[in-house]
Design a binder for this molecule. Structure first.
Ligand code: SF4
Length: 116
């Protein structure tokens, strides 16, 4: 596991986030609506990403695969800024220190069995 990033969150709090999307086996996610997302959790909670984009003066349309190639989305202003931020409730819930201790967290594809 790559080490965590100390991230300054919007509410003036700091929190350690170890982004699963930046791990060696991290996966981007193509949503049914035709956008490339950093992960499936943000696609599900898209309003959190839309709020982040507004707060950070980014255009959510930069994720659109109808307008841009995968490489262009990955190199977009939005993605470059986001990968230095992770200031979303979704990221706090899924990639803060506590989230890594959740053995039921299987969405990144690592864990196939859970023993209680
Ligand atoms: S929730 Fe945030 S930090 Fe975690 S994998 Fe998704 S984009 Fe990356």
């Amino acid at each position: 596991m790559k080490t965590g990033l100390r991230v300054k969150m919007n509410e003036d709090k700091s929190i350690t986030i170890t982004p699963k999307c930046l791990q060696n086996n991290g996966k981007s996610f193509i949503g049914a609506t035709g956008e490339l997302w950093p992960c499936c959790w943000l696609y599900t909670d898209r309003e959190h990403m839309e709020d982040w984009a507004l707060r950070n003066d980014c255009d959510i349309e930069e994720l659109s695969l109808k307008k841009y190639t995968i490489l262009e989305v990955q190199k977009s202003n939005l993605m470059q800024k986001f990968y230095k931020s992770f200031d979303t409730k979704t990221c706090r819930n899924n990639c803060s220190t506590d989230s890594w201790k959740n053995k039921h967290n299987t969405k990144r594809g690592d864990l196939t069995t859970v023993s209680e």
